[in-house]
Design a protein around this ligand. Sequence first.
Ligand code: SF4
Length: 371
Amino acid sequence: MKEKHPECNPQAILRRVREGEPLADKEGLSLLELTDGVQIGALFETARTVRNKHFGNRIFLYGFVYTSTFCRNDCRFCFFRRSNTVSLRYRKTPEQIVEASSRLADSGVHLIDLTMGEDPKNFIDGRHGFDDLVSMVGKVKSATGLPIMVSPGVVPDDVLADLSSAGADWYACYQETHNPELFRNLRPGQSYRERLEKKHLAHRLGMLIEEGLLCGIGETNRDVAESIGVVRSIGADQMRVMNFVPQEGTPMADHIPADAVRELVITAVMRLAFPDRLIPASLDVGGLDGLQPWLDAGANVVTSLVPPGQGLAGVAQNSLDIEDARRTAESVQPVLSSCGLQVASPEEYVSWMNARRRAVRQDRETKVMAC
Ligand code: SF4
């Protein structure tokens, strides 16, 4: 039988990637189109090999605190969209946030992820409307001493600078898709360009950035491949994909989600495209039971660890596994062990972050010189 062009032959692509060759965008598309179980298994195995080559058997853990579930936006897929009358609404006080963050820090996480909707309360007084948020980031930083990720949505430029000065190391802001029509449909009234620009600004401010995709929302494999190209062009330091989960009270409540394997295939292709970056396995989609497949597909961060007993919500799964303490650093240990993985030291995480910051700076300087 005539051999396909290497660009389209999955075995040849995987062999080349294992040998250290970068994954071309067209090759990524070929891998996204795999349907054969054996070939998908080989993709996952290669993703693990590539991850282990860059990170050994080390895994990073992120604690998650959803600080406010109020939002001025009306994203069609989101439980916390403005017009959803059935969603749980709360605003945690700085004391509650510091307490939850300290509990997470004590449990051994490497980073505190402070997530929130675009709370209308913050957007009423320009820069000063965010004073409480900026101050809260500083308090969490001094209480825990840990790196901090913030996901405040599209905030004014000077607020992003204030958050960085207060101690935020990461800025997470997900496009969900890079298909303009899908974006307009998922995030009505929001600007694709502005969202993307905030991530560039965060990089210029010295923060690291996370980009996120949703899958099962009507995207094609070509859309995903193009999204991976955009993730590359913005130099994201961490990238994740999550399966869409239908949410009660939203226009997409009856939308049928994709097969669970789709997010795993995309995760594995991301790992091959970005061997030295962070790729999360989130407890927010399949809970603890869904963790191992994600690690098997090449993820190297466990996110959405939530302390029980604090009345905190998740995002895609607003309550799954939280109050029965199955989203804790302790509860994920047996899963990590069964995959031959172990929790990294705090120093290893900080060292990765520092090296990545240097790489981002050098990349920017090279681009400036080229201009
Ligand atoms: S996805 Fe974020 S911005 Fe959109 S409605 Fe939900 S919380 Fe708000």
